[in-house]
Design a protein around this ligand. Structure first.
Ligand SMILES: N[C@@H](CCC(=O)N[C@@H](CS)C(=O)NCC(=O)O)C(=O)O
Length: 216
């Protein structure tokens, strides 16, 4: 197979990069990574050398370039046969909650930026932010209660949905979201995940700080 390279942003801050990277790890696909420091003078030029959308992550497989986290996860699911639940109903719901994350939760994403190494940050919890937190809590409860029986992930076995929500777990951990017991258990599974631990260890070693994302 042609070599696979994933172009990503800083591990401390790039939430979309984390989603794709985590899923590649869980799918067992061997890949090389190229890290671009976001919000630096060279960042735009560096990203545009790789990515037609001007954004990361981007996956290169031979001559093929796939940008956008969800499209990358879909492509890797086709390559590996992993990523979506076997049962049709569960698979439909896994796609729905992944799409909801991909296209929504703008308030959460802007007020609580991912900052993987930060702990004990606190901000005012506005009504729109609380609504995003409550909706995510509801999604996690629904998935775990209906489909989670065979494992510790949203749909039992690891799926793309877990990769899509991993940055939310880091945000909830950093800013101290008030969530249900089931959601806390799910967060514990995500935080103990070996692949996520590998990402966090690398984020801690990074020299870059983005002041705008140091919130709380
Ligand atoms: N919808 C895209 C969003 C990608 C995105 O916004 N990436 C950010 C980094 S997390 C980016 O590339 N920003 C460009 C920059 O900071 O210059 C995806 O799912 O991959």
């Amino acid at each position: 197979m042609a070599p696979v390279t994933l172009v990503i942003g800083n591990k401390n801050y790039s939430s979309w990069s984390l989603r794709a990277w985590l899923f590649l790890k869980h799918a067992g696909l061997a890949f090389q990574e190229t890290v671009i420091a976001l919000d630096t003078p060279d960042a735009r030029e560096e990203i545009e050398k790789h990515s037609p959308s001007g954004r990361v992550p981007l996956l290169r497989h031979g001559e093929l370039r796939v940008w956008d986290s969800l499209a990358i996860c879909e492509y890797v699911a086709e390559l590996t046969g992993r990523g979506w639940p076997q049962a049709r109903e569960a698979r439909a719901l896994a796609r729905a909650v992944s799409a909801e994350m991909h296209s929504g939760f703008g308030t959460l994403r802007s007020l609580w930026p991912m900052n993987a190494r930060a702990r004990n940050r606190r901000t005012a919890v506005t009504a729109p932010l609380e609504a995003d937190i409550e909706r995510i809590d509801e999604i996690w409860n629904d998935c775990r209660n209906r489909f989670g029986g065979s494992g510790s992930w949203l749909f039992g076995e690891y799926s793309i949905a877990d990769a899509m929500y991993a940055p939310v777990v880091l945000r909830f951990n950093t800013y101290g979201a008030g969530i249900s017991q089931t959601a806390r258990w799910y967060m514990a599974s995500v935080l103990e995940d070996a692949a996520l631990q590998e990402w966090l260890a690398a984020a801690k070693q990074e020299p870059w700080t983005i002041p705008a994302e140091e919130v709380g």
